[in-house]
Write a protein that binds this ligand. Structure first.
Ligand SMILES: Nc1ncnc2c1ncn2[C@@H]1O[C@H](COP(=O)(O)OP(=O)(O)O)[C@@H](O)[C@H]1O
Ligand SMILES: CC(=O)OP(=O)(O)O
Ligand SMILES: [Mg+2]
Length: 411
């Protein structure tokens, strides 16, 4: 007897996460069979995996210089060797950019893959890796249904005022717009707001997704109202290696005076800026927090300063906030960064309990009972959102090619 299962792959800028869920009902966290990640890509890559009970299945480091493609190959080999008793019926992928046309999860076919490849210049740290994972899996399992879930989709319902740049209108019609990203993460967090925070969760909420990539999302009733990332994943907060918000005049200066071409600018803005560029030490927040060098402290100070400025801006779009929620690598694991951001945003009515913050593990509220604004940590679960998308497209129907096409409305 084999258990039907969904494999979910989430390729981020510094990590490849995976989860395998049993595919017998609309998935919940309880249907996880095993999962893990390759983390520290570009810094100190390692693979960790565990089963549903939290028991370690793999813990392995890779030599420096190992490429993203090689790591993906190692991960897929590891997964193949651990499919005992499981029959994969679908694979779901996080795809960072869906562009203006793809605003709902979809079954991958050649035409969708071509569309998504064309968006690579808008997300060069992500889109090629997302698509490479899709292609690698198609080679290993040509019959397997593959599904794309888009980071941009959660933000698709924002107002036109929020979504445009003040550029000639033809450019917006062509797709030069603010899309917003980290939508799978925000979608998951939105689903946890009411259970954890009650009415405050359904009110005006800012979610801070602070990972290698970092953004903020202002939500009202669990829907995206405004967000810090824009046309590409460069905008908004400074990140591990990305610059965040920048005056476009800087780019004109670099082109005209420094003669930088598009490739050089791409390298500078996506790979050499942010925490890495500012500190000259590392893109990894853990390493900066552990360093006593003043450059590391300055980079962290700037990161927290920018987060506070952007929280102010998003709070203005909501007319005040009822809750502030932290998630992703830094947001979930660094009480220090959470404390600093709460301290600078305390003018919004935030009061927090230091002990609760320091000891937060899993989902945790760490505001004081009198705080006007609830403050919480919610570990994100982009993989579960993707697994549910797979279920929504394929679930409850027969999983033959005909059944899948019918489920997707293709027949
Ligand atoms: N305990 C920790 N304290 C501070 N930062 C952490 C901690 N654990 C992870 N991080 C940071 O989280 C970031 C990676 O976040 P993650 O959401 O996993 O990244 P990705 O964008 O690749 O999905 C890195 O900067 C890492 O240093
Ligand atoms: C959209 C984005 O920046 O993703 P990540 O944080 O996973 O790099
Ligand atoms: Mg991520």
């Amino acid at each position: 007897m084999t258990t039907p299962a969904i494999l979910v792959l989430n390729s981020g800028s510094s990590s490849i996460k995976f989860s395998i869920f049993a595919f017998e009902r609309d998935p919940s966290a309880a249907d996880l069979v095993c999962g893990g990640k390759i983390s520290g890509i570009g810094v100190r890559a390692r693979l960790d995996a565990e089963n549903a009970k939290g028991e370690a299945l793999a813990a392995r480091s890779f030599p420096s210089g190992v490429t993203y493609e090689e790591l993906l190959g190692h991960l897929l080999d590891w997964i193949e060797e651990h499919l005992d008793g499981l029959e994969l019926v679908a694979a779901g992928h996080r795809v960072v950019h869906g562009g203006k046309d793809h605003v709902a999860p979809a079954i991958l076919d050649d035409s969708l893959r071509d569309d998504l490849r064309a968006l690579t210049p808008l997300a060069p740290l992500h889109q090629p890796h997302n698509l490479d994972a899709i292609d690698a899996l198609a080679r290993l399992h040509p019959e397997l249904a593959q599904i794309a879930s888009f980071d941009t989709a959660f933000h698709a319902g924002r107002s036109e005022i929020e979504s445009v740049f003040a550029l000639p209108a033809e450019l917006a019609a062509e797709g030069v717009r603010r899309y917003g990203f980290h939508g799978l993460s925000y979608d998951y967090i939105a689903s946890r707001l009411a259970p954890l925070l009650g009415d405050a969760g359904m009110g005006r909420v800012i979610v801070a997704h602070l990972g290698s990539g970092a953004s903020l999302c202002a939500m009202s009733r669990g829907r995206s109202v405004a967000t810090t990332m824009g046309f590409s994943v460069l905008d908004g907060l400074p990140m591990g290696t990305r610059c965040g918000q920048i005056d476009p005049g800087v780019l004109l200066y670099l082109m005209q005076e420094k003669r930088m071409n598009a490739e050089e600018l791409t390298r500078l803005l996506y790979r050499q800026s942010g925490l890495l560029g500012l500190s000259g030490i590392s893109s990894d927040m853990r390493e900066l927090l552990a360093s006593d060098r003043k450059e590391a402290r300055f980079a962290i100070d700037h990161f927290c300063y920018r987060a506070n400025r952007e929280i102010g801006s998003l709070a203005a779009t909501l007319g005040g906030i009822d809750a502030l929620v932290f998630t992703a690598g830094i947001g979930e694991h660094s009480p220090d960064i959470r404390r600093r951001i709460c301290a600078s945003a305390s003018w919004l009515g935030i009061e927090w309990d230091d002990d609760l913050n320091r000891n937060a593990s899993g989902e945790a509220v760490f505001s004081t009972p009198d705080s006007k604004v609830a403050v919480a940590v919610i570990p994100t679960n982009e993989e579960l959102v993707i697994a549910r998308d797979c279920w929504g497209l394929l679930g409850g129907r027969d999983n033959s090619a005909d059944g899948q096409a019918a489920a997707a409305g293709l027949q």
